[in-house]
Design a binder for this molecule. Structure first.
Ligand code: SAM
Length: 235
């Protein structure tokens, strides 16, 4: 049985703190997401699937997949999609979903080199202690010619909107989370970690520096979220 507790990680993202924070969030994770994003989460997942464009017969890794909600969306394509996460609580909360799940750490993936046609990570990379190591691990397990899609919170690009959005993140969101989540403190971490996260250009550079080719991004919902892409040379 997974023990749940009300913890929040600090911004140095110690893996044991992050994993236990998500264990505590797991029970009402999917519902809380939909409430705090005003339903936009479904649109972001749909756009992520379109960007990956998984095809029947392909093998896709959904990294930091949590409850597998993102993996289910990918599986609609007919590709074989596996959910990997290091929070036992998140994986357990998604056990009812008909997707293969493998416990694993993004910084030391339990997969052989060149295993996947595509690798994706939604709202996960920001929580990994070593972003660059995770980007390199994803490259290692991707087949030559394979692709990467990162869906992550980013920096709003509409003038004036950023101030409003930061007010929502830092003040309203923790209050909404208190009403809905099984671990409201985690949503204070969410707000702070979004604020501290690199913007589109900086993350794009890190994706390229990790060895991904053709690194580019597009904004969703005015830059609240960005989809970053790249592919592994060869193939
Ligand atoms: C915000 S949730 C995202 C879940 C899902 N991808 C989604 O879109 O709803 C972030 C997930 O990242 C996972 N995570 C953070 N660091 C990780 C690591 N080093 N290895 C594997 N999973 C990690 C957490 O356990 C958590 O389930």
């Amino acid at each position: 049985m997974v023990k749940t507790q009300s913890v929040r990680a600090s911004l140095d993202k110690q893996p044991h703190e992050v994993a236990s924070m998500f264990d505590g969030v797991a029970r009402r994770y999917d519902l809380t997401n939909t409430v705090i994003s005003a339903g936009q989460d479904r649109y972001w997942r749909w756009m992520t699937r379109k960007a990956i464009d998984p095809r029947p017969g392909e093998r896709v890794l959904d990294l930091a997949a949590g409850t597998g909600v993102s993996t289910v969306e990918l599986g609609r394509s007919g590709a074989w999609c596996v959910a990997t996460d290091f929070s036992q609580g998140m994986l357990a909360a998604g056990r009812f979903r008909q997707v293969p799940m493998v416990a694993g750490d993004a910084m030391a993936l339990p997969f052989a080199d060149n295993s996947f046609d595509a690798v994706t990570i939604s709202f996960g990379l920001r929580n990994v202690a070593d972003t660059d190591l995770a980007l390199r691990e994803m490259l290692r397990v991707t087949k030559p010619g394979g692709r990467l899609v990162i869906c992550e919170f980013s920096t709003p690009v509409i003038p004036g909107f950023e101030t409003l959005y930061m007010e929502y993140l830092m003040k309203a969101l923790p209050r909404v989370a208190r009403a809905v989540s099984s671990n409201p403190d985690a949503y204070v971490y969410l707000a702070e970690s979004i604020r501290a996260w690199p913007d589109q250009r900086q993350l794009g550079r890190r994706v390229a520096d990790a060895g991904w080719s053709g690194a580019k991004w597009r904004n969703l919902t005015g830059g609240v979220v960005a989809l970053h892409r790249g592919y592994k040379l060869g193939g």
